[in-house]
Design a binder for this molecule. Structure first.
Ligand code: IPE
Ligand code: IPE
Ligand code: MG
Length: 239
């Protein structure tokens, strides 16, 4: 327990392939993906993980068919409604990062309602990345910083790593210790580009709807058996 990751980030991938393998529509996979979100959230809260950050919908995902996008949006509002009580009962705070202004109003309102209702919860922060991409986030941060420099509120010399961190959507959150991606794909897909600089990466072959609590434990145990050197040598760390 001493080596528990404080922050786990997940790229929930493989819903479509999971459904296709069963001769079903992609949406069927997304519906079952919601059950995995519930399981993994519960597992993380039980373990004592403080931050769980889920890639739910990327900037690039807007390019999918309108049928799929609409189905994902509907699932989002359904899940927000059905899970509010569980989040409240379990003292879990919901947060969201991404270009939320691009969400339809119904989804935006449902999201802000749950975020507001759970804002004082302290056990774990569950962050949904919606209409999110790492490059979008960095671009936004650069824009905010540039405008402060222009206004004279900041000098170029004051721009350091911590300044950049504090202008990202994840300001105040520790970087992910562990990044999990399901479905066998081994890429980052524009996720948390700045924040995963030193995260441990874990790739699971399982499709997201098949991902269980035990799979999450396996990822955590795998993480715990790694040596995070942060540029130092093994010998230095043992001293
Ligand atoms: C992940 O599953 C969910 C989202 C990206 C919204 P996919 O929908 O990407 O499923 P695959 O990768 O096509 O199997
Ligand atoms: C990444 O999955 C985005 C989410 C999990 C929400 P994708 O399935 O969209 O990623 P690529 O396009 O295959 O890399
Ligand atoms: Mg995918």
């Amino acid at each position: 327990m001493a080596r528990l990751p404080e922050h786990i980030a997940v790229i929930m991938d493989g819903n479509g392939r999971w459904a296709k393998e069963q001769g079903k529509m992609r949406v069927y996979g997304h519906q079952h993906g919601v059950d995995s979100v519930r399981r993994v959230t519960e597992a993380c809260a039980e373990l004592g993980v403080k931050y769980l950050t889920l890639y739910a919908f990327s900037t690039e995902n807007w390019n999918r068919s309108s049928i799929e996008v609409n189905a994902l949006m509907t699932l989002l509002t359904q899940a927000l409604k059905s899970e509010l009580k569980t989040l409240t009962d379990n003292n879990i705070r919901l947060a969201a990062i991404g270009d939320l202004a691009r969400l339809p109003k119904t989804q935006y309102d449902a999201l802000t309602e749950v975020i507001d209702a759970t804002k004082n919860n302290t056990r774990m922060t569950l962050t949904l990345c919606l209409s999110y991409s790492g490059r979008w986030e960095i671009t936004e941060a650069v824009r905010k910083i540039a405008s402060k420099v222009k206004d004279g509120a900041l000098t170029p010399e004051q721009i350091d790593e911590s300044c950049i961190c504090s202008h990202l959507a994840t300001a105040g959150m520790p970087d992910p210790d562990l990044l999990v991606r399901t479905s066998g794909e081994e890429r980052i897909s524009n996720y948390l580009l700045w924040q995963i600089a030193y995260s441990e990466l874990y790739f699971s072959k399982k499709y997201w709807p098949d991902f269980t609590k035990e799979d999450l434990y396996e990822a955590v145990i795998n993480y715990q058996n790694r040596e995070r050197r942060f540029g130092k040598t093994s010998e230095q760390l043992k001293k």
